[in-house]
Design a protein around this ligand. Sequence first.
Ligand SMILES: [Zn+2]
Length: 105
Amino acid sequence: MSELAEGQTVEVRGSAARPYQLKHLNGVYSCSCPAWRDQSRPIDVRTCKHLRQYRGEAAEAARIGGLLPATTVAPAKSTSPQIASSFAGRSNWASPTLTSRRARV
Ligand SMILES: [Zn+2]
């Protein structure tokens, strides 16, 4: 965790493809993520997981008066896993030469 200086902008990687921008401007810490934007709170007491991650949970709690909103994390868009099914059933056919040789021993 680190401090975000006044006027500073940093990029943090979130679950989205594009990084989110954390800003500290005019005493307001903001983030470009939807979770921050959609909060129905004054902008100077908004926070999000990126801000908490960057500045630290305690620092964020202190900044907004210990009123951390309930974590509403949007379900992370999972990239569809590539299931390698090509190997299924392959172990069923054994080489006849190997089998007969093994049987003789
Ligand atoms: Zn955020």
